[in-house]
Design a binder for this molecule. Structure first.
Ligand code: KIV
Ligand code: ZN
Length: 526
């Protein structure tokens, strides 16, 4: 299973493309996507189910929180390799190793900039110095493990012949994967392919390592660039679920996987991904972060398999292949079906959840079932999406400082909107009332009074997760504090209750961010 130390593709399978997932590192460091330890673990388990080859779990030296999350993932997720990122610095590498030492398949990933732009303005180092330090860092990492990846940051804006020298040197020092990042998303597909081809031609020991590509999407061509790299010999792609990552994001995992899968006829490559888990993985990330994908997002967007045009629908009825290049089932989109209602019993709920991939413990099932009954009393039909929301809300929530106990809202065109709220704050019951220009504003005002919190409101959004006026409302609230932001989500058939839940969820996440921030280094060093 290891790609370390093997030629393109490893273990003799030259057509296998290894999927290196960086959702929890490059993705998680981008604004609004920060996750707590439980959320990272949940995501890592899903990535394992999906079948990724490598999970880059974080950047341990960046903070205590990052370190703990990487260590927990390394201890619990055993199938994929667990990579930890480190600057080409001995302390960083030591700390990264400490975090992944217990992993079944650990990988150290170290990086240093190679472009003259970065060397001159950021590192203030000469090319010789960088070559020496990067090589020493790789040799240092090799003392811990024989699975070492090196990335020359900003590779695509670096001098190609200098890259040849640098890569030759780090491979001599023991790098088993060399990753070529298009850090600022500047390259075009021909260039990216050209650079990978050049490295294969000029670096004498290139076949002693796996070549990888890591593309950013600033110009919208990250997936195309990754494909161009693979066509010229790269056998590892670094990517993230829903394409999240620094700025415009990274290569989207679901897009690159399905491009390789759907166009096997021209590429002839395969991955170890169980594509039927793609949709669920994407949904899990949006559930955790509260940031949805756009409806027209390839592969996992709500409209990705929706055919609106009459001509298309006519063709599809006659023969699916007329307008469908892959089936919704192949990526795990199932038909939305009415699964349950208020007469459904505990067993039916348990069975449905099992089919959806959730094997809950008895106490967890009890909580979910109690909530299911409440929702089913208000809403006739319970869809899979409703169950997903309940699961998210009940099972995967961090321990809360703030809890909603009661909300009563008065509004209408003949009353000043007013909300009365009762909450638990650190176990103590508190209540207050707030007025506002509308019921949402009043709900916010009451909660703000009780919690005495300071923050800015960046976003407030309401969505319905299924059709119909009895649909559960899903509210997203984004709060800003000291240049960082958090997202909270709440769902309920009553949008005002969903609003209160989302706001309180965001406040709880803000709390854990504040706690985590103590002693944190700055992610912006990446
Ligand atoms: O974009 C980049 O260069 C990176 C490296 C740390 C691999 O994320
Ligand atoms: Zn990156």
């Amino acid at each position: 299973m290891s790609v370390s130390g093997k030629k393109k593709g490893g273990e003799g399978d030259t057509n296998k493309v290894y999927i290196f997932d960086t959702t929890l590192r490059d993705g998680e460091q981008s604004p609004g996507f920060s996750m707590n330890l439980d959320e990272k673990l949940r995501m890592a388990r899903q990535l394992e189910l999906l079948g990724v080859d490598v999970i880059e779990a974080g950047f341990p030296v960046a903070s205590e929180g990052d370190f703990n999350a990487v260590r927990e993932i390394a201890r619990t997720v055993k199938k994929p390799q667990i990579a930890a990122l480190a600057r080409a610095d001995f302390n960083d590498i030591d700390r990264a190793w400490e975090a992944i030492a217990d992993a079944a398949h650990p990988r150290l990933h170290t990086f240093m900039s190679s472009s003259d732009i970065h060397l001159k303005y950021q590192l203030k180092k000469s090319r010789r110095q960088v070559l020496k330090e990067a090589t020493a860092a790789v040799a240092h990492a090799r003392q811990y493990t024989d699975n070492v990846e090196f990335s020359p940051m900003d590779a695509t804006r670096s001098d190609w012949d200098y890259l040849v020298e640098l890569i030759q040197s780090v491979i001599e020092a023991g790098a088993t994967t060399v990753n070529i990042p298009d850090t600022v998303g500047y390259a075009m597909p021909d260039e990216m392919g050209g650079l990978i081809g050049y490295l294969f031609e000029k670096v004498p020991n290139i076949n002693d390592a796996v070549v990888s590509v890591h593309c950013h999407n600033d110009l919208g061509v990250a997936v195309a660039n990754s494909i161009a790299g693979i066509k010229r010999g790269a056998r590892q792609v670094e990517c993230a679920v829903n394409g999240i990552g620094e700025r415009a994001g990274n290569t989207s995992l679901e897009e690159i996987v399905m491009a390789l899968e759907t166009r096997k006829d021209i590429f002839g490559f395969h991955t170890g991904i169980n594509t039927r888990h793609l949709y669920r993985t994407s949904r899990l990330l949006t559930d955790i972060t509260g940031i949805p994908v756009q409806p027209n997002k390839a592969i996992v967007g709500a409209n990705a398999f929706a055919h609106e045009s009459g001509i298309h629908q006519d063709g599809l009825i006659k023969e699916k292949i007329t307008y469908e290049i892959m089936t919704p089932e192949s990526v795990g989109f199932t038909e939305t079906h009415i699964v349950l209602g208020k007469h459904s019993g505990r067993h039916a709920v348990k069975e449905r959840l099992k089919k959806m991939g959730y094997n809950l413990k008895d106490d967890e099932l009890n909580k979910v079932f109690a909530r299911f009954k409440e929702v089913a009393d208000l809403k006739k039909e319970i869809f899979d999406e409703d169950l997903e929301e309940i699961i998210s809300d009940i099972i995967f929530r961090e321990p809360d400082k703030y809890k909603l106990l009661y909300l009563n809202v008065v509004s209408g065109n003949a009353a000043v909107p007013m909300a009365a709220v009762r909450m638990e704050v650190d176990g103590e019951v508190k209540q207050d009332a707030g007025f506002g220009v509308g019921p949402v504003d009043a709900t916010f005002a009451a909660i703000k009074k009780i919690t005495g919190t300071h923050h800015s409101l960046i976003k407030y959004a309401v969505n319905a997760i299924t059709g119909g006026t009895d649909a559960q409302g899903v509210v997203t609230v984004q709060l800003g504090f000291n240049g960082r932001s958090v997202i909270g989500r709440g769902s309920d058939p009553d949008v005002l209750v969903a609003t209160a839940k989302a706001y309180i969820h965001a406040l709880n996440r803000l709390e854990s961010l504040k706690n985590q921030n103590a002693g944190d280094a700055d992610h912006s060093s990446l």
